[in-house]
Design a protein around this ligand. Sequence first.
Ligand code: NAI
Ligand code: MG
Length: 358
Amino acid sequence: MREYRIAAIPADGIGPEVIAAGLQVLEVLAERCGNFAISATIFDWGSDYYKKHGEMMPSDGLEQLKSFDAIFFGAVGAPDVPDHITLWGLRLPICQGFDQYANVRPTKILPGITPPLRNCGPGDLDWVIVRENSEGEYSGHGGRAHRGLPEEVGTEVAIFTRVGVTRIMRYAFRLAQSRPRKLLTVVTKSNAQRHGMVMWDEIAAEVAREFADVTWDKMLVDAMTVRMTLHPKSLDTIVATNLHADILSDLAGALAGSLGVAPTANIDPERRYPSMFEPIHGSAFDIAGKGIANPVATFWTAAQMLEHLGEPEAAKHLMQAVERVSGAGILTPDVGGTATTEDVTAAVCQAIKGANIL
Ligand code: NAI
Ligand code: MG
């Protein structure tokens, strides 16, 4: 029997609520499948840890995580700690330190969920957004001079490298090729940003030649928001920079019904390091402690994790259970229901076991 060692980092706000639900579901799933086991180690890093120790994780944090098969991450963010500290103190060092350069964000409308778009139901919106996760606008390059003075300057430099763009482009083309429609949209802003973004377009055309069976097109990011909203069916796989894909995937989450159902995987495709799986949403302190956080994004990212670990059957079984539960109307308030986190989790566990869920 295979045993997967998972590092769970629930962190802040609703993070611990949804990660607990995710671990519970994984355990029931492993029992049901019978051919693998999950052994989870929980790390107490995050904003509370920061308030005690002055850092979001210990300085040898990455060393501690390195030997795990995958990382299962909740969310960071606390009302009384600046966001750039929580983000740059925990999540980004893991993504960057483990070179998780492909951020993969599937979106579809789950059964039972009414999306905000008229004339758009399950099947009409089925996308995967691939976000460049190691450089671009979030490379941390820049600085401030003359702080506090009238002539103060702040720069935030976007870094695009041929190596970085080529590898994410190959990943996106390969992913598009593996999906039935074999359709990729490359998003840039190469009209206004005439250096790095033009290089993206050029590298996209180069890599496209390796994938003759993939149909691809280009969009400017502003026009892309319109196409996503008005012609969702025309899209399948999407690749964009760190910043652009960050924004587009929040839009995608909203168009699919709620951020509470949107998952994401931070992948090291070369498998040199553990990859990290998390819901897209943040710590949502407006609803933390109320027991109503939607655990579906976390279940979906658990399915991504199983797929990455080499358990595609288990991943599929989990998603079928999630869809059976949403289809039965067992939904948290963010997607129009009255169920609690616990209700949804219990129903998904029942569905995994093949039992009646109502
Ligand atoms: P958020 O994603 O935490 O919440 C936005 C809205 O969506 C809130 O009204 C929230 O209640 C709702 N929501 C989010 N997830 C939900 C779920 N699972 N179920 C039901 N409703 C859900 O974003 P916000 O409010 O902008 O940020 C809160 C904190 O989270 C900030 O400190 C921010 O920096 C941090 N954050 C962290 C992220 C991460 O850890 N990857 C990502 C986004 C934000
Ligand atoms: Mg975001």
